[in-house]
Design a protein around this ligand. Structure first.
Ligand code: PD2
Ligand code: ZN
Length: 214
């Protein structure tokens, strides 16, 4: 890949800023992970995957849900040397401390699997808001890292701004879930579109306002 344009020099790697959008603040970063790092992350997660869960709006617990049909595995922060490397790279890219991040989640979507439109922030109007933000504050941003190419479908779609990002192995997609004043950003509604052909692997890093203790 030609890194001579729009490059961002990080301590361990030079990446490419492919596009940005606002509002909400969205950035697409090419070459964020090497193909080898993607493959290693997949193989370290795949044996441990189970049905994905979401934070329930009803009671704030973490439960399986029809809206998220992928399989996933959650790693603790610093779980492996590779994850430490990636977490340090994310912190350098976003100028956001490693300790403000939740553990990395690796997701696998087969044909027909999807993640329906949702917000990653915790809704202040929900009764469980305090419970969810108690540990590390609001989920202010999300970094998605595509670990595979997808033959058809599987894009990350933002229905309120008519934007869809097509998965590309090694590429990262950042979006802010809050406005610059810290209030929630309704335009950040997003979905993982159904995979029509092939398999989609993705890693998610949710970033909190405050240090997060898992
Ligand atoms: O897989 C995706 O594209 C996707 C879409 C929306 C992932 C997430 N949200 C997430 O992990 O929050
Ligand atoms: Zn999401």
């Amino acid at each position: 890949m030609d890194m001579s344009h729009n490059s961002i020099v990080l301590p361990d790697k030079t990446v490419r800023l492919a596009s940005t959008f606002y509002p909400p603040f969205v950035a697409v970063i090419e070459g964020f992970l090497s193909h080898k790092e993607c493959d290693q992350l997949i193989s370290s997660a795949e044996g441990n995957m189970r049905d994905s869960r979401v934070v329930s709006p009803v009671d704030g617990t973490f439960a399986e849900h029809d809206a998220r049909t992928s399989k996933s595995h959650g790693f603790q922060r610093g779980a492996t040397p590779l994850i430490t490397t990636i977490e340090n790279r994310i912190a350098a890219l976003l100028h956001w401390p490693v300790v403000h991040g939740e553990g990395l989640q690796v997701l696998k979507y087969g044909k027909g699997q999807e993640y329906r439109p949702h917000y990653d922030f915790f809704d202040p109007k929900n009764a469980n808001y305090q419970k969810n933000i108690g540990k590390g504050g609001q989920r202010v941003g999300t970094l998605l890292m595509y670990l595979s190419d997808v033959e058809a479908g599987g894009g990350t779609n933002f229905p309120k701004i008519n934007l869809e990002v097509r998965p590309k192995k090694g590429m990262a997609l950042y979006f802010a879930n809050t406005k610059f004043d810290g209030s929630i950003e309704p335009l950040s509604l997003h979905a993982g579109m159904p995979v029509n052909k092939g398999t989609k692997f993705l890693a998610t890093k949710w970033l909190r306002a405050n240090p997060y203790v898992s």
